[in-house]
Design a protein. Structure first.
Ligand code: HEM
Ligand code: SF4
Length: 218
């Protein structure tokens, strides 16, 4: 099977294909959409990522190893993943995740979401998860040399990396008083005040502990 645009062959994924059956949306369909409709670079990355995942299902083993990657001046916020089968799936051989702190109350404009998508199309795989269980926006699939430029572009938009490892983690707040009658305080302000006061513990932690602040208005 050939990709119409890039002319490279698509990996066969019979086991992943089965996960598209049934009534629930499938992450496989999402990955294939990027493989078939993304930019040339996104297509290549997603094709090899799907190939490696199918290979994992065949072998019943994960083929990702960790490492240490970050941006200038920070100790965490990037989850590094290097492929152990890079020779077979070279386009996705470095598939790091940038954890990025969400806005308080999860308020986004469509303009902002488009800008984020453009940045990730250019520097990453195109795959973004809103949001991880920690509250982070997860920008998934970045090569080592693209981590700094991707962060710089997101930082330019006003965003910062989140927490990882033994450090202060990304904070979250509910939509609260913006929409909800159960809200008893200004969650957004509390969130911003706390996280700004303790931000150093996220990027340059002084204690070997993971700790978190989460705000629900009720
Ligand atoms: C459809 C693709 C994927 C989705 C939707 C996804 C989603 C997630 C989510 C929601 C988390 C939890 C994050 C949080 O709570 O902050 C996570 C963690 C993680 N994922 Fe994925 N992921 C995907 C693919 C991958 C791939 C391909 C890799 C390896 C290259 C990977 C490596 C990791 C790692 C290392 C973590 C961090 C685990 C930890 O906190 O110790 N993910 N992922
Ligand atoms: S957590 Fe409580 S205050 Fe916040 S949106 Fe939900 S019900 Fe409302």
């Amino acid at each position: 099977m050939k990709d119409d645009q890039t002319g490279t062959s698509k990996h066969e994924t019979p086991m992943l294909d089965e996960l598209e059956g049934g009534k629930w949306p499938s992450f496989v369909t999402g990955l294939k959409r990027l493989r078939d409709e993304g930019t040339d670079s996104n297509r290549a990355i997603m094709n090899d990522l799907l190939g490696q995942l199918e290979h994992s299902y065949e072998e019943k083993l994960g083929f990702w190893k960790g490492g240490a990657i970050s941006v200038l001046g920070y100790g965490g916020g990037v989850i590094p993943r290097f492929s152990e089968v890079a020779a077979k799936y070279p386009a996705s051989k470095e598939f790091h995740t940038l954890r990025v702190m969400p806005p308080a109350g999860f308020h986004y404009s469509t303009d902002l979401l488009r800008s984020m998508a453009d940045i990730w199309e250019e520097h990453g795989s195109g795959l973004i998860a809103f949001h991880g269980q920690s509250g982070d926006i997860m920008f998934q699939g970045c090569a080592s040399d693209k981590v700094q430029p991707a962060f710089d572009a997101l930082n330019e938009l006003g965003f910062d990396l989140g927490g990882a490892g033994p450090a202060l983690r990304t904070a979250m707040s509910c939509v609260g008083h913006a929409r909800c009658e159960q809200s008893c305080y200004d969650e957004v302000r509390a969130h911003r005040t706390m996280i700004n006061a303790f931000l150093d513990e996220m990027h340059r932690p002084s204690l070997p502990y993971k700790f978190k602040f989460k705000f629900s208005g009720c």
